[in-house]
Design a protein around this ligand. Structure first.
Ligand SMILES: NC(=O)c1ccc[n+]([C@@H]2O[C@H](COP(=O)([O-])OP(=O)(O)OC[C@H]3O[C@@H](n4cnc5c(N)ncnc54)[C@H](O)[C@@H]3O)[C@@H](O)[C@H]2O)c1
Length: 313
């Protein structure tokens, strides 16, 4: 890279774990480095935080040949990527994704954005990173809930593209099972995403397949001001809601596999395992059982307001 200054953008959880190590390795390679830490969480993906980043980058003396490093999950990647796309009419950036979701999805493909009052990701750009650097070992410090969020996107690739991969995930069974084959999982997901994005970078046709469950899922996130459902929860819940409308079995299968990895979209292990069996063995979802863990029809009416504004991811 041509850069002499590098700004590492990270968040308040990831920074204390990994920023110093990345900073030192860049300094050893003779870059001037500044670490900018934002509060963790979706509410940081805002125009106000974007403006804060612009000011921080300029006060570091960045020029058009310098670069940003996004060190964190999808929130940091989307925000720092959009700052890089817009500062000085666009500078280089590198993604170092630290969540499973960011490794399999958000760091790859070049979509960067912030959320607006009207909805999620409504101000953004297509701006490809110069490089994406992934280390599966950083997933060891992820809370289970955040790991499950990433599994929602992993499972999505099985649903939309690769049935064999879907079956492999169902057999992994839990987080340890996935981590045993994590390099394979990351490789398969990124290869599928690359294949789709190469054919339709700007989301005018094929790339929309990657938005499976996202239109309504984003509405769920936004309707509760990003406090009740994470991205990785809203999406499988939405897939489930849609299943009620469309009668194909893929959404139910996706949800059943999601539940294998998730302990936060429902209450109680016995309920979840009986739901898994239920979804596995039946092509339909009996509404009474579905209500055990997911009040989908109520959610749908609360959130449908935001659907027309969705621009996905
Ligand atoms: N650009 C795209 O193509 C795309 C695709 C999918 C999702 N997204 C966006 O990604 C965002 C969700 O990303 P996310 O799920 O990574 O959320 P996130 O970035 O909020 O990270 C989740 C939590 O994990 C913490 N964390 C991150 N890495 C960690 C680590 N290694 N150890 C311990 N804690 C760690 C974070 O601090 C945060 O609290 C949403 O805003 C969504 O819209 C973008």
């Amino acid at each position: 890279m041509r850069a002499s200054r590098i700004a590492i953008v990270t968040d308040s959880n990831v920074g204390p774990l990994y920023a110093e190590r990345v900073k030192k390795s860049l300094e050893d390679a003779r870059f001037q480095v500044k670490v900018i830490t934002i509060p963790a969480g979706e509410t940081s993906k805002s125009p106000a935080m974007l403006a804060h980043l612009w000011e921080e980058l300029m006060s570091f003396g960045m020029t058009r040949t310098d670069a940003v490093v996004a060190l964190g999950g999808g929130v940091v990647g989307d925000l720092a990527g959009f700052a890089a796309a817009t500062i000085l009419r666009g500078i280089d950036y590198v993604q170092i994704p630290t969540t499973l979701l960011a490794q399999v999805d958000s760091s790859v493909g070049g979509k960067v954005a912030v959320d607006l009052n009207a909805g999620k990701n409504l101000a953004g750009a297509f701006w490809q990173p110069r490089m994406v650097i992934m280390d599966p070992d950083v997933l060891d410090t992820l809370p289970d809930e955040t790991f499950s969020d990433g599994m929602a996107e992993v499972i999505k690739y099985g649903c939309i593209w690769d049935a064999e991969f879907f079956d492999m995930l169902a057999q992994c069974g839990n987080r340890a099972g996935v981590m045993a084959v994590i390099e394979n999982v990351l490789h398969i997901c990124c290869a599928i995403k690359a294949e789709v994005v190469l054919q339709d970078e700007h989301d005018m046709g094929l790339r929309m397949i990657l938005n499976y469950g996202h239109t309504l899922g984003h509405a769920y996130e936004k309707a509760y001001q990003y406090e009740k459902y994470t991205h990785g929860q809203g999406m499988p819940l939405a897939a489930f809601s849609c299943f009620e409308q469309d009668s194909s079995s893929s959404s139910a299968d996706a949800l059943s596999v999601s539940l294998l990895y998730s302990d936060h979209t429902h209450s109680g292990d016995s309920q979840s395992s009986s739901c898994i069996v239920l979804y596995r063995d039946n092509s339909g979802i009996p509404p009474a059982d579905a209500e055990l863990f997911c009040p989908a029809p109520a959610l749908f009416s609360d959130c449908s307001l935001y659907v027309p504004f969705d621009r996905r991811h």
